[in-house]
Write a protein that binds this ligand. Sequence first.
Ligand code: KG4
Ligand code: ZN
Length: 336
Amino acid sequence: MDDILILGIESSCDETAAAIVRNGREILSNIICSQISTHTIYGGVVPEIASRQHIEKINFVVDEAVRQAGISDCDLCAVGVTYGPGLVGPLLVGVSFAKGYSFAKKLPLIGVNHIEGHICSNLIEYKDLNPPFLCLIVSGGHTHLVIMEDHGRYTVLGRTMDDAAGESFDKVARAIGLGYPGGPKIDKAAKGGNPEAIAFPRAKIADNEYSFSFSGLKSAVLNYLNSCHQAKKEINRDDVAASFQAAVVDVLVSNAMRAVENTGLKKLALAGGVASNTALREAMQRECQKRDVDFFVPSPVLCTDNGAMIASAAYFGYIEKKIAGPDLNAVPNLKL
Ligand code: KG4
Ligand code: ZN
């Protein structure tokens, strides 16, 4: 069979990204244009500014992906694009661009669910990994524990009831003055802190053993900071970071291990921006090893938003002929 080259486009949040992937697993190019420095001064992503920056960057990012792959656009077989979930303005930029590009180049268009894209980053990292497997997706916008039954087929075991894991990292980081984006900064600060210094709560959801909740934890951190402030007690930032991170990791690992034990699946993958967290990777690895379960986690560059994961998911859609029409639209709250 001839090689299938797919262009993947991602613009659901604050990264304008495009990549060329061969046969769903091999990256030929992966261009990521991050807007972090722009949004840092506002302490979070400003949707209107993000949309405008996507418009400014998308032509260059796609051209660069084709150029760095050493191919011509005539070699492409299809265009994959994130159409949800995400911020509506940013999504519309990618979807509109992909529609125009695929029409002009006479290429089929595949609409990709961003969460499915995150899962597929594991298929790029591990060439022999095939479903079924368990996957925990933890990002700035999502916290999902799923079974990937087959390509394009998922059973969602649990999701967050309120804040996403990454969102809680970002909010706590802001509260302790570490700035945006908080995840990597908490990760770093936690290395110098004591994870047992402060006993933050681990939320349990009564009606679903796989659901997550992080807003209570965030409030507990804020309450702790306020009470220290009132008592004029100095805050040890590294200890707060380490104790908060330990609470998040604990909940993520215990729900994932419950799923391992209940489903009997012997493969567990991590995905999403928070999957690059060092403490989470170490704890998952350790608990999987104890249970004789194979653990998969993408390299950090494939954990955060990128076009390669979108091209990979689009490849599996393409071979199943899931082609989108010109009416493809952005769906901000698209479900898996
Ligand atoms: O997957 P992603 O790039 O975007 C979404 O789809 O949301 O994830 C971004 C999130 C942010 O909340 C960021 O703080 C978090 O991932 N993150 C981390 C780390 N690196 C990124 N969280 C914890 N530890 C990290 N090392
Ligand atoms: Zn993402």
